[in-house]
Design a protein around this ligand. Structure first.
Ligand code: DCP
Ligand code: MG
Ligand code: MN
Length: 344
């Protein structure tokens, strides 16, 4: 069950607003996280609104919908269209949108390539205007359509069912599980997010396992391309990004992420990497209101931040919960079913 309904009474409106949002993302200087975030919240509220919107005031009453958006909503209701999309959807924006579909490419790179004279993926491949591509970008172009598509959750489950026994064959005491949209119960997934950890009480950890697992998955022809290798594979905490596929002829490339985390922070990692990002933001906000600080490593008390630079911690504080999601929910005064409410 998906919380954000995609067949509700205002779906035509949500689609148009979403289209405008994507166009904004491809505009220079418009890659504003806050803006994207409030748009997303507004889209979600709109999709969850149970009846067809009829008036400006009704639109305005939906959380996250301001005057400007309410006007756009009324325009869509009255004309079936949003003129602003036409104005924004210029040729250069369309081309940069294509470039931003390449794995790892944001608006800065897309703009740079456009300015260098590239107008198509073929131009990029040909190195037009002196453009050079990283290996990950070349893979991103080669499997452009696959990477930009989502897989049915059944396919994510089938891939995980192959990967899990291979991991446990390397060390039967590994804990391995899927996070991300799959764990939230979504019907389709943009990628597979897998967490690996291991209880260290017998004196061993999962350090080094990721390297062996990746090697085994390459040999089994499950993982096909690497996009980003861990910085230090001997770190307890490592991230890998790549492509994989089912070992059947004609199966498509799918995005896969592995994350290894220390045993003690597995709950915080599970909470964060299950998301979604809006849920995470709400949780961090709740933690801050109670004087805590929450990240993918844990819930911390007594964190002191530099008032001139919020991102600098002058005191890193003490960890108060991190081993399970339940502990973190409990400390934040959420019912233990909070995660269930977050699941779609
Ligand atoms: N995450 C986050 N902020 C980010 C990136 C990720 O909070 N900037 C968290 C929330 C996400 C989770 O990590 O839910 C996994 O990231 P994904 O990009 O894999 O997103 P999802 O799995 O949620 O969706 P998709 O099906 O598109 O992969
Ligand atoms: Mg994911
Ligand atoms: Mn992911």
């Amino acid at each position: 069950k998906e919380a954000q309904r995609k067949n509700g009474p205002n779906e035509d409106i949500a689609k148009k607003l979403e289209e405008l949002m994507l166009l904004h993302k491809a505009k220079p200087g418009m890659d504003d996280h806050w803006r994207a975030f409030s748009y997303q919240k507004c889209l979600r509220a709109l999709r969850n609104y149970p009846k067809r919107i009829k008036t400006f005031n009704e639109a305005r009453s939906i959380r996250g919908v301001g005057d400007k958006t309410a006007l756009k909503i009324m325009e869509i209701i009255e004309t079936g269209d949003l003129r602003r999309i036409g104005y924004e959807n210029t040729a250069d924006v369309q081309i940069r949108k294509v470039f931003q579909g390449i794995y790892g490419v944001g608006q800065t790179t897309a703009y740079k390539w456009y300015a260098a004279g590239c107008r198509s993926l073929d131009d990029l491949k040909a190195g037009k205007g002196g453009v050079t591509l990283t290996d990950a970008q070349k893979i991103g172009i080669e499997f452009y359509d696959d990477i930009n598509d989502r897989m049915p959750r059944e396919e994510a489950a089938a891939l995980f069912d192959i990967i899990k026994p291979i991991a446990l064959g390397i060390d039967p005491k590994l804990e391995i599980q899927i996070m991300g949209s799959f764990r939230r119960g979504k019907a389709d997934c943009g990628d597979i997010d897998i967490m690996i950890t291991r209880c260290p009480f017998d004196g061993k950890t999962h350090t080094g396992i990721l390297h062996d697992l990746l090697k085994a998955l390459h040999e089994a022809k499950i993982i096909t391309e690497d996009l980003a290798l861990p910085e230090n594979p001997l770190d307890e905490e490592a991230i890998y990004r790549g492509l994989c596929h089912l070992p059947q002829a004609g199966s498509r490339r799918r995005r896969i992420d592995f994350l290894t985390v220390p045993w003690k922070s597995r709950g915080a990692a599970l909470l964060y990497y299950t998301g979604d990002d809006i849920f995470n933001r709400a949780m961090r906000y709740k933690a801050n209101r109670l004087g805590y600080s929450l990240n993918q490593k844990g819930l911390f008390a007594g964190v002191v931040r530099d008032p001139r630079n919020w991102s600098v911690k002058t005191n890193t504080g003490n960890i108060v919960a991190s081993e399970t999601e339940e502990e973190i929910f409990h400390m934040l005064g959420c019912r233990s079913s909070s995660r269930m409410n977050g699941l779609e």
